[in-house]
Design a protein around this ligand. Structure first.
Ligand code: ADP
Ligand code: ADP
Ligand code: ZN
Ligand code: ZN
Length: 749
């Protein structure tokens, strides 16, 4: 049985036709920009979604523009698709690893059946249900309080602006309720207030205050600062505040553990209830590996089936390499890779079969040791009768594919074809870029650079690290390694950055500042391009700006028009006025060497490098090319970039200060094996210009080319957090007790 795709043409796909085996694992490979996502996400998954949409009523379907239909002649034999991506799980602090995996609901069931003293139904143990939530903190476990040290400047008087929150500014309405109260000396610095005056200022009196209002006077109840702030801001649902007000709000509050439930989130009764000597809070706070042991000790006929499913699910969480997480961990604090693996656990729990599961680079954040576990999960998904489609660069994942589809030969317009289809063994002899790199051996750095100095992280403690002292060399490339959860991010982001505060962090967060942002605007290249068009055509440069009079009036220079649908995600369609060209016909009449501004924005970096000779523009283009972004078009909306691409565009534009320190988390994310050498070239250049580079990486090629390796472990969570190796790559090969060393030895062969 196969999924049969005929004539796919999304983005750069060149009339691609292929068959993908059902109930098998197919891995899609190829350089970035070759068309993997266009085929897997924009064609196969999109069509599955659309066919599901066909089951909606005609009323709803009529609201959906034809845009939802992928550009493909036919797809046969498709079933419903579930995309397991790396987008963060809903960030609400009410969502935890336990709730997201549904393991916590089983725990609740267990407590409702076997808990002593008996308390009632399972929702009595839910911090998201009024029956179970702590009444003081509404089940959040922590309470937000006004921070007086941030809110008040005690050296100032009320007249001098002692109240620092902008809505309490001098002469504002709130300020007047205090100034007009007659209760305070307005020129006395707060530091000189008597105990009595403090009480009144902060907590109020019963007095009423007369306030001048619209020519008359009104009586307003006087309210202390703490009560007023709490009522106005803290009691208000943060979701109702505007982005800006919320940011201001955050500056004036601190979050502290709730005093009533001591962070346990539940009612007293629920907190005191025990099963086998454990409370539900204690079980939820354990690392999954310890929880598994505790669950083994429990027994009871009436709860045997609940215990069985609980053990099963906790084992899956451990099996996927997340054994170091506790159920009470808020999902908002998980990395993208961890979030994706939590989603996988949820789907493994489900009994659906004959689904198509689509995964985007699931190896992100995984040590080679953990990749084996990931592969086991892919097998399980398949063996339940599902079709598994994976976009991946990691040779260890590619190795377990039942079928490989290699896209290429290159990126953008020079890609978009299937260059190889077949088994892994056949791929290894194929003449494609992926095939070539599957065969290649790892070159070990034999001449590491000498450090110019040392930055010491001293007696550092956070999360699973306690009292650690470690030296990070300067003037070299240092790679921090270790299995997932061993403490790499904790050491680098909390420890190293604290002692090296002016380090430049190049992370994977989004770069788009507005929906008009493109690689051209982000890199500053657009200014130079506009000047060039203005010079050549003797017109104003501002004409070529997306938000000027020269922009298409129908789409305001976006090239697309957004349709808002109340109950669905907004839909976009190409602007009918300018056909996506963003500018008025008059502006498009201006050309440079035969190309209009729209033509230039449609060029890829590689094409633009052949087109431009202007030094300032060429320099930016080369930097983009260096980090493997040669396939991006200058006008592609930045909002469509993946995390790895965001990180690399930052790397291309932010690396100009000599002697700077750079910190990066997994810069190889989204990079094909053939591009890793490119990236290493960029890192080497930063170091050669006097820089210090510290990267967290799992990629063995990068580890092999480091000047210095710091390996954390030996395991994750409580069993990690120590340095198990520090030294040059050559010595790492000899090290014992290090999973990284084991992986290096296997890979060098
Ligand atoms: P891969 O998944 O192999 O990295 P993609 O399928 O994402 O490749 O991209 C294939 C080509 O299509 C690239 O040239 C890319 O720039 C282009 N492309 C991808 N998404 C969009 C988009 N939303 N708008 C315009 N071009 C796109
Ligand atoms: P790595 O980067 O090696 O994957 P981390 O530094 O992310 O490891 O995690 C080390 C340990 O600290 C793990 O046990 C992890 O669960 C814990 N941890 C990380 N971030 C947080 C957080 N925000 N809250 C609580 N625990 C955390
Ligand atoms: Zn509480
Ligand atoms: Zn338009």
């Amino acid at each position: 049985m196969h999924i049969q795709i005929t004539g796919a043409r999304e983005n750069n796909l060149k009339d691609v036709s292929l068959r993908v085996p059902k109930h098998a694992i197919t891995v899609f490979t190829g350089v970035s920009g070759s068309g993997k996502s266009s085929l897997v996400f924009d064609t196969i998954a999109a069509e599955a979604q659309r066919q599901l949409g066909e089951t909606f009523s005609t009323f709803i379907r009529n609201l959906l523009p034809g845009q939802g239909q992928p550009d493909v002649d036919a797809i046969e034999n498709i079933s419903a698709a579930i995309v397991i991506d790396q987008k963060p799980l809903r960030g609400s602090s009410r969502s935890t690893v336990g709730t997201a995996t549904e393991i916590y609901s089983l725990l609740r069931l267990l407590f409702s059946r076997a808990g002593k003293p008996y308390v009632g139904y399972s929702n009595a143990f839910s911090f998201n249900d009024p029956a179970g939530m702590c009444p003081e903190c509404d089940g959040l476990g922590e309470a937000v309080r006004l921070d007086l040290d941030k809110f008040l400047d005690r050296s100032r008087s009320l007249n001098d602006g002692a109240l620092l929150h902008p809505q309490f500014a001098v002469n504002g309405w709130y300020w007047k309720t205090y100034a007009a109260s007659g209760l305070f000396d307005l020129d006395k610095p707060l530091a000189d207030y008597s105990e009595q005056e403090w009480q009144v200022l902060l907590h109020g009196t019963d007095a009423k205050v007369a306030l001048a209002w619209q020519g008359g006077e009104i009586n307003s109840a006087y309210e202390g600062l703490v009560e007023k702030f709490t009522r106005l801001f803290i009691k208000k649902d943060a979701g109702e505040m505007s982005e800006r007000n919320r940011a201001v709000f955050q500056r004036f509050v601190t979050t502290a553990t709730c005093e009533l439930c001591d962070g346990g989130r539940l009612t007293r009764a629920a907190l005191e209830c025990e099963v086998g000597g454990y409370t539900i809070v204690q079980l939820a706070a354990m690392e999954a590996t310890d929880l598994a042991v505790a669950l083994e000790e429990l027994s009871g006929d009436s709860v045997a089936p609940v215990l069985d499913s609980l053990r099963d699910r906790v084992r899956r969480l451990i099996g996927i390499g997340l054994g170091y997480l506790s159920l009470d961990r808020p999902t908002g604090t998980l990395s993208g890779g961890e979030a994706q693996r939590v989603k996988m656990v949820r789907h493994l729990n489900s009994s659906l079969t004959d689904m198509i599961y689509v995964l985007d680079e699931p190896s992100v954040g995984l040590h080679p040791r953990d990749v084996q576990r990931l592969n086991d999960l892919l097998f399980q998904l398949r063996d339940k009768g599902n079709t598994v489609l994976v976009v991946e660069h990691d040779p260890d994942v590619i190795a377990v594919a039942d079928h490989v589809v290699d896209m290429g030969p290159h990126a953008g317009a020079r890609g978009g074809e299937v260059v190889f289809e077949g088994s892994v063994a056949e791929l290894c002899t194929a003449p494609t870029l992926t095939g070539t790199h599957m065969r290649q051996q790892l070159p070990l750095k034999t001449d590491p650079r000498t450090r110019t100095g040392t930055i010491t992280v001293e007696d550092f403690s956070s999360h699973n690290i306690s009292g650690l002292t470690v030296d990070v060399p300067t003037g070299v490339l240092t790679v921090v390694t270790g299995v997932a959860g061993s403490g790499k991010s904790t050491l680098v982001n909390d420890g190293f950055l604290a002692v090296c505060p002016d380090a430049i962090t190049i992370d994977q967060t989004a770069v788009a500042t507005s929906i008009r942002s493109t690689p051209a605007t982000y890199t500053g290249m657009m200014d130079e391009i506009r000047k060039l068009f203005a010079r050549t055509n003797k017109v104003s440069a501002s004409l070529f700006s997306f938000n000027s009079a020269g922009a298409c009036p129908n789409c305001q220079g976006l090239g697309v028009v957004y349709t808002d649908l109340a109950f669905l995600e907004g839909l976009k369609s190409t602007c009918e006025e300018c056909q996506g060209r963003r500018f008025t016909p008059e502006v498009l009449g201006n050309t440079v060497r035969g190309a209009s501004i729209a033509d230039v924005l449609a060029m890829t970096t590689a094409e633009a490098l052949e087109f431009f000779t202007e030094a300032k523009i060429v320099r930016v283009l080369r930097a983009l090319d260096d980090v493997g972004l040669d396939y991006l078009t200058l006008g592609q909306p930045l909002s469509t970039l993946s995390g790895g691409e965001c990180q690399r565009i930052k790397l291309a534009t932010r690396s100009h200060r000599e002697g700077a320190t750079y910190v990066m988390d997994e810069p190889t994310t989204g990079l094909h094996m053939s591009d890793v050498a490119h990236l290493l070239g960029v890192l080497d250049r930063l170091v050669d210009a006097g820089g210090t580079v510290v990267v967290i990486e799992h990629n063995l090629d990068v580890i092999a080319r480091a000047d210095w390796v710091i390996d954390l472990g030996p395991e994750a969570g409580a069993h990690g957090g120590r340095v198990v190796f520090e030294g040059v790559p050559g010595e790492l090969l000899e090290a014992t007790g290090s999973h990284t060393a084991d992986a290096m030895r296997r890979s060098v062969g």
